[in-house]
Design a binder for this molecule. Structure first.
Ligand code: DNO
Length: 389
């Protein structure tokens, strides 16, 4: 397995020189400055790649080449957007960057309600609280019909929180729920979010699935021709949010995706934290079942609670049997090598880390701390090495 590290580009407070000291050899990044739907120019890709290589790394994975919201919505003339996506793939392939992560979550990427959840040891983690999410959905957003989607006990707790919440608390909750949209991406206020949700009116899981299948049919053949691998990231958390369908959440969903457009270029990003937040997912079993399609892995752990809340646990703690997942990935690499495939290696990155020690106060993206992720990487490295012996 190739050890990689997500770097948000020159604007990232964590430098490539610091990342060198973690021992990771691959960089996972994107041209975050380019608006969704626009072509990534070859020169800009080559320039970023050269900077990464000068620092002693390879650019292993693009995360993400974002899918424009209109493609997810199936709205308006889409041909130019598909053509732009294919052109970006061509430019990435020309520069030799071949693994491309993307997601198909409507509107919101990863979603949490608390970015500073204190653990008993003093570290801080990201957390999703069912009652805060319910308070946002029902009492702040006032989404019609939302109340029926939350358990009565969760609603009681949500009402208690709301009654005592200040305007600043509510603002913070909105900003936290929006925090999954990194950097340059759009953020919404309540009216803006309502307008966006209206655009999804009438788009259920089947309609969204049809839009994903169409996207795959439009881009996967080009990817295959170019020798690049698309790998869809699962929904985080793996359940519908704010009435929006989510369709990359379960084993059935992954099976639908790989079958919708059979091709070696139609692959998966296996994110143990995203999938692991769903009580319906047996994560090691999914790793074994879909290993042939896994092109990239995000290794991170979660601790679930009975009401649907969860927080990000230590990489080797939490509910996901990480050792079993790493074992499945190593077994897959072994099969690929036995088949003589040059693309046998699976890049992984320690996904999210706690805020530990000197991480506090550094302006990093939520979850993307230096020491917290380094701890995760070091632990995962140990597991992989021990298993491979
Ligand atoms: C969160 C990330 C996601 C991921 C995108 C991929 O930390 O794993 O934001 O990058 O969903 O498109």
């Amino acid at each position: 397995m190739e050890e990689t590290w997500r770097w948000f580009g020159p604007a990232d407070d964590i430098t490539l020189a610091e990342i060198r000291q973690t021992g990771a050899t691959g960089i996972v990044t994107a041209l975050h400055e380019i608006p969704y739907g626009e072509v990534w120019p070859l020169e800009a890709i080559a320039e970023r790649k050269a900077a990464i290589e000068r620092a002693g790394f390879t650019w292993s994975v693009v995360e993400s080449l974002p899918v424009h919201e209109r493609i997810k919505l199936g709205e308006g003339p889409l041909e130019p957007l598909f053509a732009a996506y294919r052109d970006s793939l061509r430019n990435l392939a020309a520069a030799g960057v071949r693994t491309i992560c993307y997601n198909f979550m409507p509107l919101l990427d990863w979603t949490r309600t608390n970015l500073d959840y204190r653990l008993p040891n003093g570290a801080s983690a990201l957390r999703f609280d069912a009652h805060l999410y319910a308070a946002f959905d029902v009492l702040m957003l006032e989404r019609p019909g939302a109340e029926a989607e939350h358990a009565p006990a969760t609603m009681d707790e949500a009402r208690r929180w709301f009654a005592g919440a200040s305007e600043a608390d509510k603002e913070r909750l909105l900003a936290t729920i929006m925090a999954g949209l990194p950097g340059a991406f759009e953020r919404y206020d309540i009216p803006g979010l309502k307008r966006m949700l209206d655009r999804y009116e009438g788009i259920d899981a089947d309609a969204l699935r049809a839009n994903l299948a169409r996207f795959l049919r439009e881009v996967v053949p080009t990817a295959e021709e170019l020798g690049v691998w698309m790998c869809v990231h699962p929904d985080d958390p793996p359940r519908p949010l704010l009435g929006l369908p989510r369709i990359v959440s379960s084993a059935e969903d992954l099976a639908f995706i790989v079958e919708a457009c059979p091709s070696p270029a139609n692959g998966l990003t296996f994110c143990t934290g995203s999938l692991g937040a769903g009580a319906h997912n047996d994560v090691p079993a999914m790793a074994r079942r879909f290993s042939g399609h896994i092109r990239f892995a995000h290794l991170r752990n979660v601790k679930k609670e009975p009401d649907g809340s969860f927080y990000e646990a230590d990489h080797l703690g939490g509910d996901v049997d990480m050792v079993a997942v790493v074992e499945a990935l190593l077994a897959e690499e072994k099969r690929r090598r036995a088949d003589g495939r040059p693309d046998w290696i699976i890049p992984f990155r320690p996904d999210h880390g706690h805020v530990l020690l000197q991480d506090a106060g550094r302006p990093t993206h939520p979850g993307y701390t230096l020491i917290g992720r380094l701890k995760g990487l070091a632990e995962l490295r140990g597991v992989a090495l021990a298993l491979s012996r």
